[in-house]
Structure formats: C-alpha cells, structure tokens
Design a protein around this ligand. Structure first.
Ligand code: SF4
Length: 440
C-alpha cells in the first residue's frame, strides 16, 4: 500500500485529499501539492472506514486536538468515551487517547469505536505502564515489546502517533551540561525514555531504529508526529540548549521520514513567553522544510493554573498566527487534575476561538464570516447573527436570561443602544451590506 505522500508525488489525488479540499474550500491540486511536499499531512488509517479527514499544514485552517485518557488515579472507560464524544461534538479535529490507567487496549478500542475523529496516541505510555505492571520497573522495557506494541496500536486504527524519536544521548548531554531546569522535565513519555536510556546505558531505540518506526507508520499510512520529550515546562527554560538539540534532531528526522515516504509532523514547544512564540514557529518551519507543526498552546506564563485554558489560548492565537498547524487544547484542569467532560468542552471551545483568531490574522482573505457577524450585529439581526457566531447556544443563553424592554437592543445599554442610534443616523450612507466609507 502506498502512503498519501507517495501517491501525491505520483500525481494521484486520493479520496482523503478530495475530502480535505472540500472541507477547506481549496483546490484538490493545492492539497495534493502540499501533501507531496510534506507541508500538509492527513492522519489516516485504512482500517477505519468511517473516519473523518482533517488536513493539517500550510494554507489550511488551524486544527484543534483534544487529548483524553485515563490515569492511574482515575480510570473510567465510560467517562473517556463521553469525553471523546464531547470533544467531537464541540468541534475538535483530532483526538489523542493518552490513557495510562486500566486496560489500555480496551480503552483505546472503545474510544476508536465511539468516535469518527482521527485518533492518535503516545505509544511509550503503554510500553512503560505495562512493563511497570509486569516487572515493577519501567526501565525494564523490552525494545521488541515496544515495536510490537506500536504495531498492535496501529492495527487498532490509530491515524497518528506522537513518538519520541528525537531524544538522544546528545540532547540529554545538553540537559546535563546546562544544569537542570526551572520547570524540570514535563513530558511523561520523554522523561521515562530518558530514565530508560540512563538505566540501560543505551541510545533511544526510537532514534536508533528510526527507519523501523517509519516502516510501521507507512504500513498504515499514519502520520508520525515527532514528540517533544524535552519541551520546556517553564518559560525560563524556553529555547534552552536541550530543547533546541531535540528540535534540530526532530527537524532532521522529519526530512528523513518524508524521503522514506512517511507522513511527518513535528511537535513542540511547551511553555514559551509570548515574545518568543513567533521565533519558535519560524525555526521549526525553517529547519524542517515546512513540516506541519503541532504545538501545545504554547503556554506563555507559568502562574495561571485554574485558567490555563486561557493562558494557552493566548499562546495558541499567537502560534496559529505565526504558522502553527495543529494545536493541542489545554483545559481548565491543566497542571491540576485529570480533565472531566466539562473541562473537555471548555478546552475545545477555547482553543477553537484561539485558532479562529490566529487564522483571521494568518489569512486576511478569509474574514467574510467576521464581516457578516459585524453587519448582523450592527443591524441588530439577532437571528442572523447566530449563523456567524462560534457559540450561538451560549450567546443565546446569556441574552435570553436578561431580555431588554426593546427586543432589538440588549440590556447592556437598553434605551441608550449605540448600535440603534448609529444606524438611524447613517441609514442613508449604507449600500447593501457595504459601508461606503472604505468600500470594504
Ligand atoms: S444595547 Fe449596547 S451592547 Fe446591546 S446591542 Fe445596543 S449598543 Fe450593543
């Protein structure tokens, strides 16, 4: 079986590319070219017949990932299925199933059966969890078991995987030489791999046997997302030498994987101050040859716990504007607890809004929806306005809870509605839905 990137290079427009072109209102040739160059990926797995397709990459709408999954403390498969469905209902484009508690094969299969979203995971979680259960020490993880596990998970229908190939002895050496970090290590898979490498005095097998990883991903046409195991977990660690060493390696691997015919994506960067976000995106794009960039926010402050969905949304709007392609949501429970169903809904909505803000800046020619929303608001066409709002249910709930005496206004200004008065003053200066002042 050939992968999307191999087919695109041969000039073939696949059904997956057609679906993405249709969803993005772009030409099929644009999508095919992007896939051929490795600037667009389409998470895929032919074993899932009814999966939705989300294009991720240059020229496309910024996509939103929602991560769910059990932990060793909270393990409720029904809850995880409800969280998956909530994420899909709220508009997530992809889902990551990141369970680390309970029967991990069962959770994954139940989630895959429940959702139509492309589903990804981090295979190292299950590898270390099961090794710890069986032997009492995750450092006993067997390399062959890890590769068998990756194949087992792909065979279940996963469309992308975050795999920590870029951690190697060189990047760990940078971590030692610069001194340990303000924010420590924050990637579960990354930290346990660093521990395994030290305990076994071995190189990372996912780095050493990168071609084997790519061969497995190619077999299922899944996207290999190069995990960011040494990402900064504090703004003071942002862009330190260890993080950059891993980023450079991941960018090299992205190129290598593409050459092998594998769909590749790069991950980053954790906590980053606002003034460094644009530079981070530019570096990834430049060094990887425009591989799609999957970012976690980033979070531009370390002190917002309880409202970190907002912290991350501010980072996400900036990273989307600067060129990030897929953004992992952050929920209000980030840094505090396993997200519940309501957290998932809030996380997806907040990240969708952040990505919309980023896309408005990134694509100035795609602002028609915002113009129509403004016009409907100006003309007090409340029913029409709903068509252009991202969250009309919440907007209506708030408005209906405090209705004004004059139904065309709202209770914010009531009798002194500026919109109503302004429209009355300038009604003769408007042509259709266009204001004559600037002809826009
Ligand atoms: S009452 Fe005030 S807030 Fe409400 S529509 Fe009019 S101008 Fe806007």
């Amino acid at each position: 079986m050939k992968t999307q990137i191999e087919l695109a290079r041969e000039g073939v427009v696949t059904e997956e590319m057609k679906a993405v072109a249709n969803a993005e209102n772009l030409s099929q040739e644009f999508i095919r070219c992007g896939v051929a160059k490795g600037e667009i990926v389409i998470p895929n797995n032919p074993s899932r017949q009814d999966q939705k397709f989300a294009g991720i990459g240059t020229g496309l709408r910024t996509k939103i990932n929602a991560s769910i999954g059990t932990s060793s403390d909270i393990c409720d498969i029904d809850l995880e299925v409800r969280k998956a469905l909530a994420a899909e209902e709220e508009g997530a484009d992809t889902l990551m199933e990141l369970s680390a508690g309970g029967d991990l094969d069962l959770v994954r299969r139940e989630v895959l059966a429940a959702t139509k979203l492309p589903v990804g995971n981090v295979p190292l979680y299950q590898a270390f969890c099961e090794t710890a259960r069986q032997t009492g020490d995750p450092n006993n993880m067997d390399v062959e078991f890890l590769f068998e596990l990756i194949e087992r998970q792909l065979a279940d229908g996963l469309s992308f995987m975050a795999i920590h190939c870029g951690i190697n002895r060189y990047s760990i050496e940078r971590l030692r030489k610069q001194g340990y970090r303000y924010g420590g290590l924050v990637s579960k898979g990354g930290t346990y791999m660093v521990s395994w490498m030290g305990a076994n005095n071995r190189e990372n097998p996912l780095y050493e046997q990168f071609d084997r990883v790519c061969a497995l991903m190619k077999k299922y046409d899944a996207v290999l997302s190069l995990g960011n195991g040494i990402r900064a977990g504090a703004i003071h660690d942002s862009h330190d030498r260890a993080q950059m060493a891993e980023m450079i390696t991941n960018c090299e691997l992205a190129e290598l994987g593409r050459e092998m015919g594998c769909q590749m994506m790069v991950e980053g960067p954790g906590h980053v101050p606002l003034d460094e976000i644009e530079g981070n995106i530019m570096l990834e794009k430049r060094m990887s040859g425009n591989a799609p960039y999957y970012v976690l926010g980033p979070l531009p402050a370390d002190s917002g716990a309880g409202y970190d969905h907002i912290t991350a949304a501010i980072g996400a709007a900036n990273s989307s504007r600067a060129g990030a392609d897929l953004i992992c949501y952050i929920t209000p429970s980030e840094h505090l607890a396993l997200p519940n169903e309501e957290d998932v809904r809030i996380g997806v909505r907040t990240t969708r809004l952040a990505c919309r803000i980023g896309d408005i800046a990134k694509y100035p020619d795609r602002r028609e929806n915002e113009k129509q929303a403004a016009l409907a608001r100006r003309d007090m066409r409340w029913d029409d306005l709903n068509k252009y709002l991202m969250f009309p249910d919440t907007a209506n709930e708030i408005r209906n809870s405090r209705m004004p005496a004059q139904a065309d206004t709202c209770t914010m200004c009531g009798d002194f509605c500026a919109m109503k008065r302004g429209t009355a003053i300038f009604k003769d200066d408007m042509t259709g839905d266009k204001i004559t002042v600037n002809g826009q």
